[in-house]
Design a protein around this ligand. Structure first.
Ligand code: CUA
Length: 349
């Protein structure tokens, strides 16, 4: 298959526009699964051929055999034609069996990983509406972004903690449903450096369309720098900056930072700045164990709200009704970064 070429992006550059193939239908292939394109275009060609044939015969018949006067008798009384019916049953049957066998072999190829890919095992956890990635032999996780090495086969163990999702990476030509209560696997061998889009391809609720991630295919040297774990908390300002980038990955879909109401309460005003520059938590009304109480926002409250969001819910519509995704495994330094970021939003009283 003929492909347009794209330039290799420099590290850190934004996602390149993903080139499409000669027929303008598929993103440029970036893995070894080249058999998928053949099946796609075979199916496409069959559909176009039969669409043109059927609609053509239909239009021809409508014009040629239309009734020309109100009392014109039928031109033919034929009700069926056995050889014709056998032909239009057997030929499509053969065609769909070819598609089935071709698709079955492709699905088997992408779900049964070779040993080399299984030794490079990642985990992708889907939940409304985020992707969390774990790396082989590495304790750190990343959110909505994952790094893999070019030319190295990689297997993903897929897991959902809530509803059905689907792991869909068009440039690699892989797709598999992510099913709650069950592990699924998928593998591929990336062949191009760059950033590629991972989509959720199974409708999973309100923010399904925003549930996507970036897959970075990098060199082994770049990978060795562990780009998913860059977290600078050497100063409060650096921690706030790290927290801000984590906020945009996992919190921004529900919490604003400018006071605008959203699914969850805005982070603006959680902390306020006194005239002397000290930053203190504001008081807020919450429901704890069914009882309304007033608390002062502090680090313990925020930590609890990230790990167990239902413990103290903001006693205000609609927040008292809305449920938040819990992040029980979020590392402490990352929670501290988020808190520094919240504090950086404090205004003078
Ligand atoms: Cu997750 Cu759609």
């Amino acid at each position: 298959m003929f492909h347009f070429t794209i330039q290799e992006p420099a590290a850190q550059s934004p996602a390149p526009p993903q080139a499409i193939d000669a027929f303008g239908q598929l993103p440029q292939l970036a893995s070894t699964f080249d058999h998928v394109d053949g099946l796609f275009y075979f199916t496409y060609a069959v559909c176009i051929f039969f669409f043109v044939l059927i609609v053509g015969v239909l239009l021809f018949s409508v014009v040629k055999y239309r009734r020309k006067t109100w009392d014109q008798p039928p031109q033919s009384s034929v009700t069926h034609n056995t050889p014709l019916e056998v032909v239009w049953t057997v030929i499509p049957l053969i065609i769909v069996m070819v598609m089935f066998a071709w698709g079955y072999m492709g699905a088997r190829d992408m779900t049964i990983a070779p040993a080399e890919a299984s030794r490079n095992l990642y985990k992708a956890t889907a939940k409304q509406w985020n992707w969390t990635f774990s790396y082989p032999n590495d304790p750190a996780q990343s959110f909505n972004e994952v790094w893999v090495v070019k030319d190295k086969p990689v297997e993903f163990l897929l897991e959902s903690t809530d509803v059905l999702h689907a792991f869909y990476l068009p440039a690699m030509r892989v797709k598999r449903d992510v099913i709650p209560g069950r592990y699924q696997t998928i593998w591929f061998q990336p062949t191009q450096l760059g950033q590629f889009h991972l989509f959720c391809a199974e409708y999973c609720g309100k923010d399904h369309s925003r549930m996507y991630a970036k897959v970075h295919v990098v060199t082994a040297e770049e990978y060795a720098k562990r780009p998913w774990d860059l977290w600078d908390d050497s100063t409060p300002a650096a921690a706030a900056k790290s927290g801000a980038s984590l906020y945009s990955q996992i919190c921004a879909s529900c919490h604003t930072v400018n006071g605008t109401p959203s699914v969850g309460p805005s982070w603006k005003g959680l902390f306020v700045k006194n005239a002397d520059g000290t930053i203190v938590g504001r008081q807020r009304e919450v429901i704890e164990g069914g009882a309304r109480k007033t608390i002062t926002v502090d680090e313990a409250y925020i930590l609890e709200s990230i790990k167990k969001p239902d413990a103290k819910k903001v006693a205000e519509e609609p927040y008292v009704r809305n449920a938040m995704t819990a992040f029980p495994d979020l590392e402490e330094r990352k929670i501290k970064g988020l808190i520094e970021y919240m504090k950086s939003l404090a205004d003078t009283k």
